[in-house]
Write a protein that binds this ligand. Sequence first.
Ligand code: C5P
Length: 234
Amino acid sequence: MNQPVSGTPAIPVITIDGPSGTGKGTIASLVAARLGWACLDSGALYRVLGLAAERAGLDPGDGEALGRLAAGLDIAFRDGRVLLAGEDVSAAIRTEGAGNFASKVAAHPQVRAALLEWQRAAARPPGLVADGRDMGTVVFPDAEVKIFLTASPEERGKRRYRQLRGQGQEANLKQLVRDIAERDERDSQRAVAPLRPAVNALVVDTTSLTIDQVLERVLDVAQQSLAGADPLGG
Ligand code: C5P
Protein backbone atom coordinates (compact mmCIF):
# COMPACT_ATOMS: atom_id res chain seq x y z
CA MET A 1 0.00 0.00 0.00
CA ASN A 2 1.12 3.59 -0.42
CA GLN A 3 2.43 5.38 2.59
CA PRO A 4 -0.74 6.35 4.41
CA VAL A 5 -0.80 9.57 6.37
CA SER A 6 -1.02 8.11 9.86
CA GLY A 7 -4.56 7.12 10.75
CA THR A 8 -5.94 7.42 7.22
CA PRO A 9 -6.54 4.42 4.98
CA ALA A 10 -4.10 4.03 2.07
CA ILE A 11 -5.35 4.83 -1.42
CA PRO A 12 -5.13 1.94 -3.91
CA VAL A 13 -2.98 2.59 -6.99
CA ILE A 14 -2.65 0.77 -10.32
CA THR A 15 0.52 1.63 -12.24
CA ILE A 16 0.79 1.20 -16.01
CA ASP A 17 4.31 1.74 -17.34
CA GLY A 18 6.00 1.08 -20.64
CA PRO A 19 7.66 2.73 -23.64
CA SER A 20 5.80 5.08 -25.96
CA GLY A 21 3.27 3.65 -28.37
CA THR A 22 2.21 0.71 -26.22
CA GLY A 23 -1.24 2.21 -25.61
CA LYS A 24 -0.65 2.74 -21.91
CA GLY A 25 -2.29 6.18 -21.85
CA THR A 26 -5.42 4.84 -23.53
CA ILE A 27 -5.52 1.78 -21.29
CA ALA A 28 -4.93 3.86 -18.15
CA SER A 29 -7.80 6.21 -18.88
CA LEU A 30 -10.14 3.32 -19.78
CA VAL A 31 -9.25 1.44 -16.58
CA ALA A 32 -9.74 4.62 -14.53
CA ALA A 33 -13.12 5.28 -16.17
CA ARG A 34 -14.24 1.69 -15.57
CA LEU A 35 -13.25 1.84 -11.90
CA GLY A 36 -14.35 5.42 -11.32
CA TRP A 37 -10.80 6.27 -10.22
CA ALA A 38 -8.59 9.28 -10.91
CA CYS A 39 -5.99 9.02 -13.68
CA LEU A 40 -2.49 10.50 -13.77
CA ASP A 41 -0.79 10.92 -17.16
CA SER A 42 2.72 11.53 -15.84
CA GLY A 43 4.17 11.88 -19.35
CA ALA A 44 2.06 15.03 -19.75
CA LEU A 45 3.96 16.58 -16.84
CA TYR A 46 7.30 16.07 -18.57
CA ARG A 47 5.85 17.25 -21.86
CA VAL A 48 4.51 20.46 -20.27
CA LEU A 49 7.84 21.04 -18.58
CA GLY A 50 9.58 20.56 -21.93
CA LEU A 51 7.26 23.10 -23.53
CA ALA A 52 7.78 25.61 -20.71
CA ALA A 53 11.55 25.08 -20.96
CA GLU A 54 11.55 25.62 -24.72
CA ARG A 55 9.52 28.80 -24.35
CA ALA A 56 11.89 30.04 -21.65
CA GLY A 57 14.83 29.28 -23.95
CA LEU A 58 16.39 26.84 -21.47
CA ASP A 59 19.06 24.39 -22.52
CA PRO A 60 17.65 20.81 -22.21
CA GLY A 61 21.02 19.86 -20.70
CA ASP A 62 20.78 22.35 -17.81
CA GLY A 63 19.42 20.17 -14.98
CA GLU A 64 19.65 22.91 -12.33
CA ALA A 65 17.61 25.45 -14.29
CA LEU A 66 15.10 22.79 -15.37
CA GLY A 67 14.71 21.60 -11.78
CA ARG A 68 13.88 25.16 -10.69
CA LEU A 69 11.40 25.51 -13.52
CA ALA A 70 9.78 22.16 -12.60
CA ALA A 71 9.46 23.18 -8.93
CA GLY A 72 7.42 26.24 -9.88
CA LEU A 73 5.51 24.69 -12.79
CA ASP A 74 1.90 25.91 -12.87
CA ILE A 75 0.22 22.87 -14.39
CA ALA A 76 -3.35 21.64 -14.07
CA PHE A 77 -5.45 18.86 -15.61
CA ARG A 78 -9.05 19.93 -16.19
CA ASP A 79 -11.84 18.16 -18.10
CA GLY A 80 -9.34 16.16 -20.14
CA ARG A 81 -7.32 19.29 -21.00
CA VAL A 82 -3.78 20.10 -19.86
CA LEU A 83 -3.20 23.67 -18.71
CA LEU A 84 0.12 25.52 -18.35
CA ALA A 85 -0.40 28.72 -16.34
CA GLY A 86 -4.06 28.59 -17.36
CA GLU A 87 -3.32 28.15 -21.10
CA ASP A 88 -4.66 25.04 -22.83
CA VAL A 89 -1.53 23.30 -24.15
CA SER A 90 -3.15 19.87 -24.77
CA ALA A 91 -2.42 19.90 -28.50
CA ALA A 92 1.00 21.61 -28.27
CA ILE A 93 2.41 18.89 -25.99
CA ARG A 94 1.31 15.96 -28.20
CA THR A 95 3.73 16.50 -31.10
CA GLU A 96 6.71 14.18 -31.63
CA GLY A 97 9.01 17.14 -31.05
CA ALA A 98 7.44 17.75 -27.62
CA GLY A 99 7.84 14.05 -26.75
CA ASN A 100 11.51 14.06 -27.67
CA PHE A 101 12.17 17.28 -25.79
CA ALA A 102 10.27 15.85 -22.77
CA SER A 103 12.52 12.81 -22.79
CA LYS A 104 15.61 15.07 -22.63
CA VAL A 105 14.38 17.16 -19.71
CA ALA A 106 13.08 14.03 -17.92
CA ALA A 107 16.60 12.61 -17.65
CA HIS A 108 17.66 15.10 -14.95
CA PRO A 109 17.45 14.05 -11.29
CA GLN A 110 16.57 17.64 -10.26
CA VAL A 111 13.53 17.53 -12.54
CA ARG A 112 12.36 14.14 -11.31
CA ALA A 113 12.76 15.14 -7.67
CA ALA A 114 10.76 18.34 -8.23
CA LEU A 115 7.86 16.47 -9.83
CA LEU A 116 7.75 13.52 -7.42
CA GLU A 117 5.44 14.93 -4.76
CA TRP A 118 3.17 16.49 -7.37
CA GLN A 119 2.63 13.00 -8.80
CA ARG A 120 2.10 11.34 -5.43
CA ALA A 121 -0.44 14.01 -4.51
CA ALA A 122 -2.57 12.83 -7.45
CA ALA A 123 -3.58 9.76 -5.41
CA ARG A 124 -7.04 10.32 -4.02
CA PRO A 125 -9.94 8.09 -2.98
CA PRO A 126 -11.29 5.81 -4.24
CA GLY A 127 -8.08 5.11 -6.19
CA LEU A 128 -5.58 6.19 -8.85
CA VAL A 129 -4.45 4.76 -12.16
CA ALA A 130 -1.03 6.23 -13.02
CA ASP A 131 0.76 5.78 -16.33
CA GLY A 132 4.35 6.60 -17.28
CA ARG A 133 7.83 5.09 -17.14
CA ASP A 134 8.58 4.87 -13.41
CA MET A 135 5.16 4.73 -11.78
CA GLY A 136 5.68 1.21 -10.43
CA THR A 137 9.41 1.53 -9.71
CA VAL A 138 9.80 5.01 -8.15
CA VAL A 139 6.64 7.07 -7.75
CA PHE A 140 4.29 4.39 -6.38
CA PRO A 141 6.60 1.50 -5.42
CA ASP A 142 3.93 0.03 -3.12
CA ALA A 143 1.12 0.07 -5.68
CA GLU A 144 -1.28 -2.87 -5.45
CA VAL A 145 -1.25 -3.58 -9.17
CA LYS A 146 1.68 -2.99 -11.52
CA ILE A 147 1.43 -3.47 -15.26
CA PHE A 148 4.21 -3.02 -17.82
CA LEU A 149 3.07 -2.85 -21.44
CA THR A 150 5.41 -3.62 -24.33
CA ALA A 151 5.06 -3.94 -28.12
CA SER A 152 7.51 -4.29 -30.98
CA PRO A 153 9.05 -0.96 -32.15
CA GLU A 154 7.48 -1.45 -35.61
CA GLU A 155 4.02 -1.89 -34.15
CA ARG A 156 4.49 1.10 -31.85
CA GLY A 157 5.63 3.20 -34.81
CA LYS A 158 2.51 2.20 -36.75
CA ARG A 159 0.24 3.06 -33.84
CA ARG A 160 1.89 6.41 -33.39
CA TYR A 161 1.62 7.03 -37.15
CA ARG A 162 -2.12 6.33 -37.13
CA GLN A 163 -2.57 8.50 -34.03
CA LEU A 164 -0.74 11.50 -35.52
CA ARG A 165 -2.51 11.20 -38.88
CA GLY A 166 -5.81 10.91 -37.02
CA GLN A 167 -5.00 14.25 -35.38
CA GLY A 168 -4.32 15.75 -38.80
CA GLN A 169 -0.53 15.92 -38.20
CA GLU A 170 2.19 15.08 -40.71
CA ALA A 171 3.97 11.80 -39.98
CA ASN A 172 6.69 9.65 -41.52
CA LEU A 173 6.60 6.02 -40.41
CA LYS A 174 10.33 5.30 -40.81
CA GLN A 175 11.25 8.48 -38.96
CA LEU A 176 8.76 7.62 -36.19
CA VAL A 177 10.27 4.15 -35.69
CA ARG A 178 13.73 5.75 -35.48
CA ASP A 179 12.52 8.43 -33.02
CA ILE A 180 10.83 5.78 -30.87
CA ALA A 181 14.00 3.69 -30.76
CA GLU A 182 16.04 6.77 -29.80
CA ARG A 183 13.59 7.78 -27.07
CA ASP A 184 13.46 4.18 -25.71
CA GLU A 185 17.25 4.15 -25.58
CA ARG A 186 17.44 7.47 -23.70
CA ASP A 187 14.60 6.54 -21.31
CA SER A 188 16.09 3.09 -20.56
CA GLN A 189 19.71 4.15 -20.21
CA ARG A 190 19.33 7.21 -17.99
CA ALA A 191 20.77 7.00 -14.49
CA VAL A 192 17.61 8.04 -12.63
CA ALA A 193 14.30 6.22 -12.84
CA PRO A 194 15.13 4.36 -16.07
CA LEU A 195 12.37 2.72 -18.06
CA ARG A 196 12.10 -0.86 -16.81
CA PRO A 197 9.41 -3.09 -15.33
CA ALA A 198 9.07 -3.17 -11.54
CA VAL A 199 10.11 -6.58 -10.19
CA ASN A 200 6.51 -7.44 -9.35
CA ALA A 201 4.95 -6.00 -12.52
CA LEU A 202 2.90 -8.07 -14.92
CA VAL A 203 4.49 -7.62 -18.37
CA VAL A 204 1.95 -7.68 -21.20
CA ASP A 205 3.13 -7.75 -24.83
CA THR A 206 0.42 -5.87 -26.71
CA THR A 207 1.89 -6.31 -30.22
CA SER A 208 -0.95 -8.50 -31.43
CA LEU A 209 -3.63 -7.54 -28.92
CA THR A 210 -6.50 -5.08 -29.39
CA ILE A 211 -7.12 -2.28 -26.89
CA ASP A 212 -10.16 -4.23 -25.62
CA GLN A 213 -8.07 -7.37 -25.05
CA VAL A 214 -5.44 -5.43 -23.10
CA LEU A 215 -8.15 -3.66 -21.11
CA GLU A 216 -9.79 -6.96 -20.13
CA ARG A 217 -6.42 -8.40 -19.13
CA VAL A 218 -5.59 -5.43 -16.91
CA LEU A 219 -9.06 -5.33 -15.35
CA ASP A 220 -8.85 -9.07 -14.62
CA VAL A 221 -5.55 -8.64 -12.83
CA ALA A 222 -6.79 -5.56 -10.98
CA GLN A 223 -9.94 -7.35 -9.89
CA GLN A 224 -7.97 -10.30 -8.54
CA SER A 225 -5.46 -8.12 -6.69
CA LEU A 226 -8.04 -5.77 -5.27
CA ALA A 227 -10.49 -8.54 -4.38
CA GLY A 228 -12.38 -7.48 -1.34
CA ALA A 229 -12.15 -3.80 -2.27
CA ASP A 230 -14.90 -4.35 -4.90
CA PRO A 231 -13.09 -2.23 -7.51
CA LEU A 232 -15.58 -2.96 -10.26
CA GLY A 233 -18.54 -2.01 -8.16
CA GLY A 234 -20.26 -5.36 -8.53
O1 C5P B 1 4.47 8.96 -22.03
P1 C5P B 1 4.91 10.13 -22.88
O2 C5P B 1 5.33 9.75 -24.26
O3 C5P B 1 3.91 11.23 -22.87
O4 C5P B 1 6.22 10.69 -22.13
C1 C5P B 1 7.06 11.65 -22.72
C2 C5P B 1 8.46 11.50 -22.13
O5 C5P B 1 8.42 11.87 -20.75
C3 C5P B 1 9.02 10.08 -22.16
O6 C5P B 1 9.74 9.79 -23.33
C4 C5P B 1 9.90 10.03 -20.94
O7 C5P B 1 11.21 10.46 -21.23
C5 C5P B 1 9.28 11.05 -20.00
N1 C5P B 1 8.58 10.40 -18.91
C6 C5P B 1 9.31 9.99 -17.83
N2 C5P B 1 8.70 9.43 -16.75
C7 C5P B 1 7.38 9.27 -16.74
C8 C5P B 1 6.60 9.64 -17.86
C9 C5P B 1 7.23 10.19 -18.95
O8 C5P B 1 10.54 10.11 -17.82
N3 C5P B 1 6.80 8.74 -15.67
